[in-house]
Structures are given as structure tokens and as C-alpha cells.
Design a protein around this ligand. Structure first.
Ligand code: URA
Length: 475
């Protein structure tokens, strides 16, 4: 028996080096083994990387992708399974197409489990606020079903780019300092804060949309497997909610708004004064559009906003999601849907199986309309003329991204998307053929949070979910 020694449970490069060397040496799967740990005296900790000697053999790209996923599976025998496949590919180059083959089916199933674990991580990581020397640090404790931390962490770096955060897991920790992603050793649950005020946000969201009368425990377990409950603030409510419909959510506890970034606001307003907005200008890229919106004077909303917030996401997305306007967090960070409403949207999309990264997320209005109340900035609904003025930017985004489907969230978004005020409740759920895309109107996710009647809230949540499913079908 020859042994390939890997540095860690997810050491794909190490496995690949050892497996190549095994195959080049003609070592059959029965005589090859892999183990994780130091040294070990195995043949292949000394073996030169394949390629140095020029010895190569072709491996389909699909196999490499499959192996990169399967190696993250928690099963002990995954290295052997992958080597068996690699060995067989030498004689059966089309092996991966034979879906009835046991090894192929087994590997595909494990890759699916890994992908599901990554998906659940995107949906169920909940950050809690911890203050360190006056600086905010968002920390989450999470126990992924498979070893998907490194694969999934870049998603959080993109999504929560302006927050300093750490995701702690039993396999390792991911840290984002606002600039760089790094990884550290395994952590324990007690290293993460137990509770914070955001907790109440999730609890309120869940409680207000949970309907015991319509409870389907099997479906619920499928969507929100029990293994994740320990780390979900809202899961602590489930037993009580199931047992009794009496207790109901209070109003959502809003996170106190942080101070507006006064320095940035000043710089931008000076910049804007110097750079008159040119009529007749057509942005040729999303970057150009993002810069140009900072000089927009089409309506007065720019005055009180920190900055204009344009859409973000896949440049050639098939799906464009249009919200109302940036909120407090979006205004400060310059990114759409990154505050509490963004978390609700993310959770709903994840639940419906839509990857937000494949979509382009934007708003009908690009500046945050608000009034000050003490230290907080309170959202104001934009007027029809403000939305109409801002359609110029939304149209420019549509022309650049050219989505096939536009999901419009709420009345303001519908006005921006259609150019007229439709009755969202009447037109909801219909695929509307527009010259450039198919539009689907639905409610704004924050509406779900405001419904006081739990039955109505649960019904609305199901309808929202059905709308998202329809988006998937249209795509
Ligand atoms: N609500 C919206 O409609 N858009 C955002 O970007 C954030 C909150």
C-alpha cells in the first residue's frame, strides 16, 4: 500500500499531486491510500510535482470541478473515490457521462451535498455585533454540514464588503477586514457573541411570517434543517410557535442608524458642484454609470444623501431585481440591499433557490430620501416625479445589463420599471412583456415585516415565495 500525505482535510492541491503521481506510477486504486497529517513516510511526500518531469495525462475539466467539490465532503473515503474515478478515466474517458455508474453517481451526489451545504451557509449565517475598542466587528458561529468555509467565504466578502466580520466554524475561521480575506484555525462556539440586538430583528421577521395553522414540519425541516437551528436566532422561537399561536411578534426592532459619513458627504458634494451633470451623456459601462450618478441633479434627493447608489451584480445578469431606493446602510456603503432589508431579500432568494450573485440588484431611485429624527435618518417614500427623474438611470442600467427578467419589488419599483403607477396587487404574478424584458411585479420584502396579522403575514410570505419561484421558471 502506498500512501499520499495531505496537509489538511481540504488539501485539494496535495491530493491532486499525490493522485497524479500514483497514476503515473501505475498504482491501482486498491494499492493507493491517502491520509491527512504530518510526514508519514509515504512515497508521495517526496514525489516531485507532476509537470516537473513533463509527464502528463489529460483530465477532463469536469472531473477537476467535481473533485474540488467532493473533497469538501465530510466522508472519510472521498479521496479514494476520487482516485478510483481518476484511474478509471484513463481507460474510460467518457466515464463521467455514465450517470448510472456507481462511482460517478456517488461523486455527483457528494458534490450536490457540498453545494447544498454552501447554499445553506449563505442562507443561515447570522452575524452578531461585537464592539472591540469602539470598532464594530460582526461575528458568526456556524457549523457547516461539509467543509465549505473557504469556498463560501468570498460570497460574504462580496456581500458584506463594508463590514468587518468573522465566520467561526469548527473547521476554521474566515476573517474579512474590509479589504482582505484571511483564514485562521478552528474555533469554538463560545468565541462568538451569544446575542445582540439584530437577534430581535430575525426573531421578529420569523415570528411575523410563521403560521402554525399552515405548518408543514417536513417541508420546514427540508428548507431549514435542524442541524442549523442552534445558530439561528429565530429557531429558538420554533417550539413555542408550533405549540402556541398566541404569542406574536412585536414590531421589528430597528437597528439604530449609524451616523452619516459626514466627511464623504462633504467631499462628494464638493465634487458634484465642480462637475455639472451633462445632458446628452450616455454611460458606456456600469462603472461609468456608477461615477456619473454622483453628479446627478435630476431631482433634489442628492442633497441629503451621502452618495448615489447604483446597481451591482452580474454584468450580463439574466435577472434584474429592482427595489425602491437605498436605505441608511446602502447610502453609507454605496451598495444596494446590504442592510436589514437586504438580509431579508437574501434569505428569501436563497430559500427559493435563486443565487443573488447571478442577478443584478438595483433600485428605482438612486439616492436615499430621508428625514432626520435625533441621530437616526428615517426613510421617506420618493415622489412620482423623483422616481420618474431617476428612471433615466434605471433605463441606462437596463440597456447595459439587458436582463431577460425584471423582478420589481413594491410600488415605487414598479413605477420605475413600467413608467406608470400600476396596481401591484392586481398585476402581481403576471408575466408582463416589455420591449426589453419580461417583468414580474411583487411586493417589497420589507412589507412582510410590517404585517401585524400573523396569518396574513404567512400568506404573504408564501405568495412572495411563489413569485420568486415564478421568476425561476421565467428564467
Ligand atoms: N430597500 C430597497 O428598496 N433598496 C435597498 O437597496 C435597500 C432597502
Amino acid at each position: 500500500m502506498r500512501v499520499g500525505v495531505l496537509e489538511s482535510e481540504t488539501d485539494f492541491a496535495g491530493w491532486r499531486r499525490a493522485a497524479r503521481a500514483f497514476r503515473l506510477a501505475g498504482t491501482p486504486p486498491a494499492d493507493a491510500a491517502f491520509r491527512v497529517g504530518e510526514g508519514g513516510g509515504g512515497l508521495f511526500d517526496e514525489a516531485p510535482p507532476v509537470g516537473d518531469g513533463g509527464a502528463q495525462f489529460p483530465v477532463p475539466r469536469a472531473f477537476v470541478e467535481l473533485a474540488e467539490a467532493v473533497i469538501l465532503h465530510r466522508s472519510e473515503d472521498r479521496f479514494d473515490l476520487l482516485y478510483r474515478l481518476l484511474w478509471r478515466l484513463g481507460r474510460e474517458p467518457d466515464l463521467l457521462r455514465v450517470l448510472s455508474d456507481r462511482d460517478v453517481a456517488d461523486a455527483l451526489e457528494r458534490a450536490k451535498n457540498v453545494s447544498r451545504a454552501s447554499h445553506k451557509m449563505k442562507a443561515f449565517v447570522r452575524f452578531r455585533l461585537s464592539e472591540e475598542e469602539g470598532a464594530e466587528h460582526w461575528i458568526s458561529w456556524f457549523e457547516p454540514a461539509h467543509r465549505v468555509l473557504e469556498r463560501t467565504a468570498p460570497f460574504f466578502a462580496r456581500r458584506f464588503a463594508t463590514m468587518r466580520w468573522s465566520i467561526l466554524t469548527p473547521d476554521g475561521a474566515a476573517h474579512w477586514d474590509g479589504d482582505r480575506l484571511s483564514f485562521g484555525p478552528p474555533a469554538t462556539r463560545d468565541m462568538a457573541p451569544a446575542e445582540d440586538e439584530i437577534e430581535d430583528f430575525w426573531k421578529t421577521y420569523y415570528a411575523s411570517t410563521f403560521n402554525p395553522a399552515r405548518l408543514k414540519t417536513r417541508t420546514m425541516r427540508g428548507e431549514m434543517p435542524k442541524r442549523y437551528w442552534a445558530n439561528l436566532p429565530e429557531a429558538s422561537l420554533i417550539p413555542d410557535l408550533v405549540a402556541s399561536a398566541a404569542t406574536r411578534s412585536e414590531a421589528m426592532i430597528a437597528t439604530p442608524a449609524p451616523e452619516p459619513n459626514a466627511r464623504l458627504a462633504k467631499t462628494l458634494s464638493r465634487l458634484n458642484r465642480d462637475r455639472a451633470f451633462e445632458e446628452g451623456f450616455t454611460p458606456s459601462s456600469l462603472e461609468e454609470l456608477g461615477q456619473a450618478v454622483q453628479a446627478c441633479r435630476r431631482c433634489p434627493l442628492w442633497r441629503d444623501a451621502t452618495q448615489g447608489v447604483c446597481g451591482q451584480g452580474a454584468r450580463k445578469a439574466r435577472l434584474m431585481i429592482v427595489g425602491e431606493q437605498p436605505g441608511d446602510h446602502e447610502d453609507l456603503s454605496g451598495r444596494p440591499f446590504v442592510g436589514p432589508a437586504g438580509q431579508v431579500l437574501d434569505a428569501a432568494l436563497a430559500e427559493a433557490g435563486i443565487d443573488r450573485d447571478d442577478a443584478f440588484v438595483t433600485n428605482a431611485v438612486k439616492h436615499f430620501k430621508h428625514v432626520p429624527r435625533g441621530k437616526r435618518r428615517i426613510h421617506q417614500t420618493p415622489t412620482t416625479s423623483e422616481v420618474t427623474a431617476c428612471r433615466w438611470w434605471l433605463d441606462a442600467e437596463r440597456a447595459l445589463v439587458r436582463p431577460r427578467v425584471i423582478l420589481s419589488l413594491g410600488g415605487t419599483a414598479a413605477l420605475g420599471v413600467l413608467g406608470q403607477k400600476p396596481a401591484v396587487t392586481r398585476m402581481r404574478g403576471q408575466a408582463l412583456a416589455l420591449p426589453d424584458a419580461t417583468a414580474l411585479l411583487t411586493i417589497h420584502p420589507s412589507y412582510l415585516l410590517r404585517l401585524p396579522d400573523p396569518e396574513a403575514a404567512a400568506r404573504e410570505r408564501e405568495r412572495f415565495f411563489a413569485d420568486l419561484k415564478m421568476v425561476q421558471r421565467l428564467l
